[in-house]
Design a protein around this ligand. Structure first.
Ligand SMILES: Nc1nc2c(c(=O)[nH]1)N[C@H]1C(S)=C(S)[C@@H](COP(=O)(O)O)O[C@H]1N2
Ligand SMILES: [Mo]
Length: 263
């Protein structure tokens, strides 16, 4: 469990300019934002839908995020958010070198999968040097290696009604009155099948370290950092995001961030 400190400014930065003119009374009280029907959040949702459509139109489905050269890697990937999960299931796996780790792939698929790290490493792999942008205002260039998510989806046989890929994570965040909440995220099938979307197990030529999401984290290179779930425990294909968390598609989205965080 990680304690998070969230303040009005951080929420405003994330929610974008459209929402920043609104009075966000009660923003410091997290639980207020969680209640459905909050005016500020509805406005954010509308702005979010617009951004999504405009970006999909302008950028297209499969334009690539910029890739960099080795010489542009200046430092290690700066760890952010959860960096050392204390959840019991995670600690047990970590202490055994992730030998017992299995990625569950389920939901709207023809063939549910349980993949070990060796099985994931034996699938097709892709390495890319990309820039990670966090809403907190920093960026990092790093080299990521992993299996294209599209290959995993093909192996599982995604059903045509699947619209989203949901990532459930091992780490939980403490939200005061709401208790411990597991990190989760979701992306649409266009981003899921994008050639640069990989389930990464390697960072800068080394196994992915715990601080950056070991044993497996997703890279969604045309989106902001918070979309790139670390410590992935399972993947579910879904037609609707309502059943997950507070229904907004991700841990931070449930607190007011945009679901579509295109950059
Ligand atoms: N499971 C999980 N995934 C997460 C987070 C987190 O706290 N837990 N933080 C997000 C945020 S805000 C960022 S910027 C990146 C940080 O990834 P890094 O630690 O490799 O830099 O992970 C994202 N994915
Ligand atoms: Mo972030």
């Amino acid at each position: 469990m990680s304690r998070i400190i969230i303040n009005r400014r951080r929420l405003l930065t994330a929610a974008g300019v459209a929402a920043s003119t609104l009075p966000l009374a009660g923003c410091d009280a997290l639980d207020g934002m969680l209640s459905s029907g909050a005016t500020a959040r509805d406005a954010m949702a509308k702005a979010n839908g617009l951004t999504y459509r405009v970006q999909r139109f302008l950028i297209g489905a499969d334009s690539l995020a910029k890739e960099f050269s080795e010489s542009e890697i200046r430092q290690g990937q700066r760890p952010n958010g959860s960096t050392d999960p204390t959840d019991a299931t995670y600690i047990a796996l970590r202490d055994a070198g992730f030998a017992g780790y299995r990625l569950d792939v389920g939901g709207l698929v023809d063939r549910p999968l349980r993949l070990s790290l060796d099985e994931l490493r034996n699938m097709p792999s892709r390495t890319q040097i990309t820039r990670h942008d966090c809403v907190e205002g920093w960026s990092c260039i790093a080299k990521w290696t992993g299996v294209p998510l599209a290959a995993v989806l093909d192996e599982a046989g995604a059903k045509p009604e699947a619209r989203y890929v949901v990532f459930r994570c091992f780490d939980t965040m403490n939200l005061g009155l709401s208790g411990d909440v597991a990190y989760y995220e979701s992306i649409d099938m266009l981003d899921a099948r994008h050639p640069q979307t990989i389930l990464a197990y390697g960072l800068n030529e080394e196994p992915l370290p715990v601080e950056n999401g070991a044993p497996l984290r997703v890279r969604v290179e045309r989106q902001l950092g918070y979309k790139m779930a670390k410590y992935i425990r399972s993947i579910e294909l879904a037609s609707d995001l309502a059943p997950y968390g507070q229904g907004k598609g991700g841990f931070w989205e449930d607190l007011g961030y945009d679901w579509y965080a295109g950059i």
